[in-house]
Design a protein around this ligand. Structure first.
Ligand SMILES: Nc1ncnc2c1ncn2[C@@H]1O[C@H](COP(=O)(O)OP(=O)(O)OP(=O)(O)O)[C@@H](O)[C@H]1O
Ligand SMILES: Cc1ncc(CO)c(N)n1
Length: 271
């Protein structure tokens, strides 16, 4: 009999265009050889041009999906993406505690998704306190982009020194590790992501490809990191794996629709 692969639970929203959200998560998890489970938080009406509608899943149903999957199937890592509202964050926190996800137990990656790459909101303004107060202290790793750093800490990162200051401010909010992503440091010729655990800074340099097709890059990075954590990797090992994964996925991104096409995890399935 074939043994079950490691399982990763993604707690995130649907992108009808298939490039970001749970669709990006599931195809990345598949390409990384792990089984993806889902706690759906919201349905977005979305294509390559932006988001034109959002319908939230009732908060108790989001929490019930977590408990149902974790108690039967079991998960070795979990990640959060679009959480939509304070009510959903407040409902999932006790569910995560109940099944031992986060807070030093099963690794929890919190990607604090606040808006789509087009600037459409994916998290209510009044949910920031719940994100900071409830999820950050339970997170193994948080992975904000620079817009999310500004929303969460008030720090406007313009250069690599600011990136370090922001990493310290985020770490003080309680996560074990922080990854400040550098994709939005538009003037930098590289995409340097900075990992920090309160003691040591680990720089993850990477190329900056000249492309508008980066839809789903944050989700793909967080999912590939989560797959490595589910296999038992340390956080620095998992983030290095994720960085290589996202660089190759941006390199092979493809156009779709009239706007931004998705990054592609398909390279991993070749040969
Ligand atoms: N043009 C690019 N070329 C290479 N790597 C990139 C590029 N843009 C982003 N990345 C990398 O992709 C990952 C996601 O970074 P980014 O800061 O864009 O996150 P994000 O804004 O959350 O993504 P999303 O587009 O999903 O919202 C990081 O590892 C970043 O360095
Ligand atoms: C549903 C969803 N989650 C996350 C993102 C951010 O990439 C998006 N655009 N849509």
């Amino acid at each position: 009999m074939t043994e079950a692969p490691p399982r990763v639970l993604t707690i995130a929203g649907s992108d009808s265009g298939g490039g970001a959200g749970i669709q990006a998560d599931l195809r990345t998890l598949f390409a990384c050889g792990v089984h993806g489970c889902v706690a759906l938080t919201a349905v977005t009406v979305q294509n390559s041009l932006g988001v034109t509608g959002v319908s939230e899943i009732p908060a108790d149903v989001v929490a019930a999906q977590i408990v149902s999957v974790a108690e039967d199937i079991g998960v070795q890592a979990a990640k959060t993406g679009m959480l939509a509202s304070a009510q959903i964050i407040e409902a999932i926190t006790p569910a995560l505690d109940r099944v031992g996800i986060g807070a030093g137990k099963t690794p929890l990656v919190v990607d604090p998704v606040s808006a789509s790459m087009h600037g459409n909101p994916l998290l209510a303004d009044n949910a920031l306190d719940a994100l900071r107060g409830l999820l950050f202290p339970r997170a193994t790793l948080v992975t904000p982009n620079l817009d999310e750093v500004r929303l969460i800490t008030g720090i406007a990162v313009k250069d690599r020194e600011d990136q370090r200051v922001a990493a310290k401010a985020l770490h003080a909010m309680g996560p074990e590790w922080v990854l400040v992503k550098g994709g939005h440091m538009w003037d930098d010729p590289e995409c340097l992501d900075l990992l920090y655990d309160g003691q040591e800074f680990i720089e993850l340099p990477g190329p900056r490809y000249d492309t508008e097709h980066t839809h789903g890059s944050g989700d793909t990075l967080a999912s590939s990191i989560s797959s490595a954590l589910a296999r038992g990797a340390s956080v620095p090992e998992a983030v290095r794996f994720g960085k290589e994964f996202i660089v190759r996925s941006v390199a092979t991104a493809y156009p779709l629709g009239a706007g931004s096409g998705p990054v592609s995890p398909f390279w991993r399935l070749d040969g």
